[in-house]
Design a protein around this ligand. Sequence first.
Ligand code: ATP
Ligand code: MG
Length: 140
Amino acid sequence: MAVERTLSIIKPDATARNVTGKINALFEDGGLRIVAQRRVRLTQEQAEKFYAVHAERAFYGELVDYMTSGPVVVQVLEGEGAIARNREIMGATNPANADEGTVRKAFGLNVQENAVHGSDSPENAAIEIAFFFAGCDIVG
Ligand code: ATP
Ligand code: MG
């Protein structure tokens, strides 16, 4: 399997509860390397643009409000098959359906406040990484 990079976001519910280090430990224990990381407060415009793919969904407005409600940690994770691997480590979107040992099982609160985001395809990973990071900010 090829070494890939994926965009991860530790969401406002998790930064509020001060568990970013515990979540990062799950990424690292799961075989991923954090090769870029920054704590930011998203603007409404940034959150709307980042989640534009969900603009037609009923929860879009709520999602944008939530993602701008507090700081997030944006990060690039690298490893073998990192895009799929990260989604395994994250667990199901709804923490109630997430497997034991996943980030969302341990730290997600509900289907919206679910602790983390992870890119879902190589195409989206490239777009999402470029949304937050310049090439020179990523050090593998
Ligand atoms: P993410 O894109 O954040 O990694 P995902 O790919 O598992 O999560 P998506 O379907 O892309 O889930 O939804 C994006 C985000 O929108 C979810 O992570 C969650 O925060 C929110 N969301 C998804 N479904 C709902 C819902 N039914 N009600 C409220 N918020 C939701
Ligand atoms: Mg998604």
